[in-house]
Design a protein around this ligand. Structure first.
Ligand code: ATP
Ligand code: MG
Length: 199
C-alpha cells in the first residue's frame, strides 16, 4: 500500500460557516465533531469576553478536554470572526510544553467550539491569590518566568505575538507546569513592522 486512501468524511450542513474546517477533517482523518460527542460538565471553568470554558469528556475515547464555546452572534456583532479564525490557526501551529494545545475545533449554527488541553491546575492568578501572602516566593516566581519565557520564545520564533499576557491567561497543569492560553488577541508580526490595532 503506497498511497494513503482518503476516506470521505462527514461535515455538518450549517447556515453560515465562520471558520475553516479543522485539520483532522480537512485531511480526511475524521468526521467533523459535534458537541453531542462530548459529556459536558455543569461547572464552568472560566468565562471570558466571548467565551465560556467547560471541562468535557469525549464519549468515545473517555479522554478529558476543556472546550471553549464562543457565541457566533456575539462574534459577528463585535466584528471578531477573523480574530477567532486567527486564534485557532495560531494555536494549531504552536506545539510546546508550555503552551496550551488546541486539538480540534468545530462549529454549529450558534457556536464555535475549541477542543483544548485541560489545564487541571487552573489559573496562575488564582493560585497566586490562594497563597497566604498573595504572592509567590522568588524561587517559584523564577520557575514560572522561565517557563513563560520558553513559551514566548516559541511564539516569537514563529513571528506570533500573544498580546494578552496576564496571570489569568497563564494556566497550570497537574505537574504545576505553565500552559500559556487565550490567543484571542494574538497575531503575526513580521520583523521591522509595527501593529496598530487596539488590544
Ligand atoms: P478573555 O476575556 O480573557 O479574552 P476568553 O473568552 O478568550 O477570555 P480564555 O481566557 O481562553 O477565554 O478562558 C477563560 C478562562 O477559562 C481562563 O482564564 C481559565 O480560567 C479558564 N480556562 C480556559 N481554558 C482552560 C483550559 N484549557 N483548562 C482549564 N481552564 C481553562
Ligand atoms: Mg482570558
Amino acid at each position: 500500500m503506497g498511497k494513503l486512501n482518503r476516506v470521505k468524511v462527514k461535515i455538518f450542513i450549517i447556515q453560515e460557516r465562520f471558520v475553516f474546517l479543522s485539520p483532522s477533517v480537512q485531511s480526511g482523518w475524521e468526521d467533523e465533531s459535534n458537541i453531542s460527542d462530548f459529556e459536558v460538565s455543569k461547572k464552568c471553568l472560566g468565562k471570558g469576553a466571548f467565551g465560556e470554558v467547560f471541562k468535557v469528556t469525549h464519549k468515545k475515547t473517555k479522554l478529558i478536554y476543556a472546550i471553549k464555546i464562543l457565541d457566533k452572534a456575539d462574534l459577528k456583532q463585535y466584528d471578531m470572526v477573523n480574530q477567532v479564525s486567527l486564534e485557532i490557526k495560531i494555536m494549531y501551529s504552536l506545539t510546546n510544553p508550555y503552551i496550551l494545545r488546541l486539538y480540534n475545533h468545530f462549529e454549529d449554527d450558534k457556536k464555535i467550539y475549541l477542543v483544548l488541553e485541560f489545564a487541571t491546575g487552573g489559573q496562575l492568578y488564582k493560585k497566586m491569590f490562594s497563597q497566604p501572602t498573595h504572592r509567590f516566593n522568588e524561587t517559584t516566581t523564577a520557575s514560572y518566568i522561565r517557563q513563560l519565557i520558553a513559551a514566548l520564545k516559541k511564539c516569537h520564533s514563529m513571528n506570533i505575538i500573544h498580546r494578552d499576557i496576564k496571570p489569568e491567561n497563564i494556566l497550570l497543569d497537574d505537574k504545576n507546569r505553565i500552559k500559556l492560553a487565550d490567543f484571542g488577541w494574538s497575531n503575526y508580526l513580521s520583523p521591522n513592522s509595527k501593529r496598530s490595532t487596539f488590544c
